[in-house]
Design a protein around this ligand. Structure first.
Ligand code: FE
Ligand code: FE
Ligand code: ZN
Length: 278
């Protein structure tokens, strides 16, 4: 089954997200667990979660991916920012346990001049605090474009964060590969997708790869910029996107669009991608 969807506003709650997903031809979706630029958490209403759960099961909607707020920086230098990051992550993960099939995605953060090694240690410490024993929700580190002191622009950094986290929680850690970010980050998924995936497998392991953010890029290869473009209209192009969604190592993963679109644009992209599926 082709698992394809997009980022959807969470402002109306879970049942509304399920209905929106269905209305645009999506069977998976991503949402912000809270205000992406603030961090204040809205309550998740039990009745809404129950109604959504029944709806999703009946309509075949799954793999909801909760995206952490952008303001969360587990590798921050300031202690109060690190406390915010780990408490937010712990709270998000506890709440996501109620949502069937949910996964959690976060940006590893920026080391803000402390050096990648220190940043990696801090992200691992955050995970060791936030990923509670007994939980089941997978926690995905997103591949980043490597802007400034951003961590996660190299597969080695993702590997090192996972390796530095408590051994007991490592089975829950995975990776979400963002096609715009890796291309901007210097992994040529346009002319050498097989080579990039072989490198990912060697360094991180393909068994860790749990989700794909499917985006074209406004900027050229290795630009380290991170500006998403609509599918087929950027530097990756439609042929590369087609290869990604059909690659044997990727095709069974859930794909989430984060392209600059409103719902009609997402519906059109989802229809296009379905037509590109082998
Ligand atoms: Fe992201
Ligand atoms: Fe992304
Ligand atoms: Zn991005």
């Amino acid at each position: 089954m082709f698992k394809i969807g997009c980022h959807i506003s969470s402002s109306g709650g879970f049942l509304a997200m399920g209905r929106t997903a269905e209305s645009i031809g999506a069977n998976v979706y991503q949402f912000f667990t809270r205000n992406p630029r603030g961090g204040a958490a809205k309550e998740w209403l039990a009745a809404d979660v129950a109604a959504y759960t029944a709806f999703a099961a009946e309509r075949g909607i799954g793999s909801p991916l909760g995206h952490a707020p952008y303001t969360l920086n587990p590798a921050a230098e300031k202690e109060n920012l690190r406390v915010f990051a780990r408490e937010t992550m712990a709270d998000d993960l506890a709440k996501l346990e109620q949502i069937p099939g949910a996964m959690y995605n976060f940006h590893p953060g920026s080391h803000v001049g402390q050096g990648a090694q220190r940043g990696i240690e801090l992200v691992a410490q955050c995970l060791s605090f936030a990923v509670a024993p007994g939980g089941t929700v997978p926690v995905l580190l997103e591949t980043m474009a490597g802007k400034g002191s951003e961590l996660g622009g190299r597969f080695e950094e993702l590997r090192d964060i996972i390796a530095a986290a408590d051994e007991s929680l490592r089975p829950r850690l995975g990776v979400c590969l963002d096609t715009c970010h890796v291309y901007d980050g210097g992994y040529d998924v346009v002319t050498d997708l097989d080579g990039v995936l072989a490198e990912f497998d060697k360094i991180v392991g393909l068994d860790r790869l749990r989700a794909i953010h499917l985006n074209d890029s406004k900027n050229p290869y290795a630009s380290h910029r991170d500006r998403h473009e609509t599918i087929g209209n950027g530097s990756l192009g439609e042929a590369a996107i087609k290869s990604v969604i059909n690659h044997p190592a990727l095709r069974d993963l859930p794909f989430y669009l984060e392209t600059p679109n409103e719902l009609p644009g997402y519906a059109a992209e989802i229809a296009l991608l379905k037509s590109l599926r082998d």
